[in-house]
Design a protein around this ligand. Structure first.
Ligand code: SAH
Length: 394
């Protein structure tokens, strides 16, 4: 099936961007259906690429292949998935982990497909109708290449609605995973609930950042805000923090944190879990005069898109301003933004505003990004989303 673009709209494809917007299409020879493979041609009829189609999504085509003679068949899918696995071959060893993102969608040349490993199980997310259609084939390929005990589908990501896909969680192949899977990472252990946890169960993208931030925590009083199941907290305790306070609004996340403390043989005395709204509790700490040496701020996405940017930047500023006021002199603020809509420059600006209003001098001492199994594909800037700044505040 052939699809012709309006004049000039071929540019982004020639630069290997994997999306074609609906309004770039001039005409179609037939009426392709959801998930059909189409050939994309420029206005003059020159071949550009092949991809899968969606009739009503704003992103009408996601490009899979730039070479005309190659067919998008089961061999193609097996090869592309195999290559994504191959690229991660030494990561388990380097990060002492059995939990990795195996496939990171567009950034791994497999638009709409997410595959995460949690020990002997895989978790799959089909974010588009194109992937929904090949889900059985993809599961079969993963079973044969990775030999997991089972593959569990997390079909509850918001973006599925944009493609007209229902919420759908359940086992796709092999065994049903247990409610708690124990994973290890850089010598630490974590229990993960892949069925109900956030995202696919764990924030794998912060793996390296947890290790880096823990380097500042030995002997220190640490506050871990938006702690989820205690990623940064467990690392800090293991690194010999004097005390750690972990704040999250989710009771179930904190229950997992408590279990994670146990399986890492950490003592109760130096740690406290607090179920609260982070904005509120930071104000309370400010009013009480509480102080910390290291504060981690790792909030959920405030700006999923560019449109929500202004409001989000204000929220980032507020939370970082509050955190800065709670730091002892020369304290460390490790602050993150996982908003795709905000750039590193935006985020630096926010930290600048917060410093100014808090009347603090701020030095950025480390600039952090997403873990290596979440690559940034340069032709697809949308794949860069996680930004972190380790700052010294005086
Ligand atoms: N740092 C964590 C990941 C944090 S994800 C790790 O390394 O694993 C963001 C967390 O923020 C989620 O656990 C969510 O429950 C929590 N959260 C969202 N809004 C919140 C709020 N207003 N106050 C406190 N926690 C909040």
């Amino acid at each position: 099936m052939k699809l012709y673009l309006k004049p000039g709209k071929e540019k982004s494809i020639l630069h290997y961007h994997p999306w074609v917007f609906k309004n770039s299409i001039q005409r179609m020879e037939e009426n392709p259906e959801k998930g059909d493979i189409v050939e994309v041609l420029d206005f003059h009829g020159n071949f550009l690429a092949k991809g899968y189609y969606h009739p009503s999504s704003q992103i009408a085509i996601r490009i899979l292949e730039w070479s005309k003679p190659i067919n998008i068949d089961e061999h193609w899918w097996a090869e592309k998935i195999g290559q994504a696995l191959e690229r991660r071959k030494n990561l388990s060893e380097r990060f002492q982990t059995n939990a990795l993102r195996y496939v990171f969608g567009e950034a791994d040349f497999l638009p709409g497909l997410i595959v995460d490993q949690y020990g002997e199980f895989l978790v799959l997310q089909a974010l588009t109708a194109g992937i929904e259609r090949v889900k059985p084939l993809v599961s079969e390929i993963l079973m044969s290449l990775c030999k997991p005990k089972g593959i569990y589908e997390r079909g509850d990501a918001d973006v599925r609605a944009l493609e007209g896909l229902p919420i759908q969680n359940g086992t796709l192949a092999g065994e049903n995973p247990p409610d708690e899977i124990e994973i290890s990472e850089n010598g630490k252990s974590f229990l993960v609930n892949v069925k109900e946890g956030q995202k696919t169960g764990f924030f794998l993208d912060q793996r390296e950042n947890r290790r880096i931030v823990s380097e500042y925590t030995s002997g220190k009083d640490v506050l871990d805000c938006f702690c989820y199941t205690g990623g940064f907290s467990i690392y800090a305790l293991k690194a010999g923090a004097n005390s750690v306070v972990s704040v999250d609004s989710s009771r179930s996340a904190l229950d997992f944190l408590e279990k994670n403390k146990k399986i890492n043989h950490l003592s109760e005395s130096s740690h406290q879990s607090v179920e609260a709204d982070a904005f509120q509790i930071l104000r309370n700490y400010r009013d009480q005069g509480s102080k910390f040496d290291v504060i981690v701020i790792d909030p959920p996405k405030f700006a999923p898109t560019k449109a929500s940017l202004d409001k989000a930047l204000r929220a980032y500023k507020d939370i970082n301003l509050l955190a800065m006021k709670l730091l002892n002199p020369e304290g460390i603020l490790a602050s993150f933004s996982c908003s795709g809509g905000a750039t590193l420059e935006d985020f630096k600006k926010v930290i600048g505003w917060a410093g100014k209003d808090a009347k603090k001098e701020v030095q950025i001492i480390r600039v952090l990004s997403q873990a290596e199994d979440h690559p940034v594909r340069v032709s697809y800037p949308e794949s860069e989303y996680l930004k972190g700044l380790v700052c010294r505040v005086r």
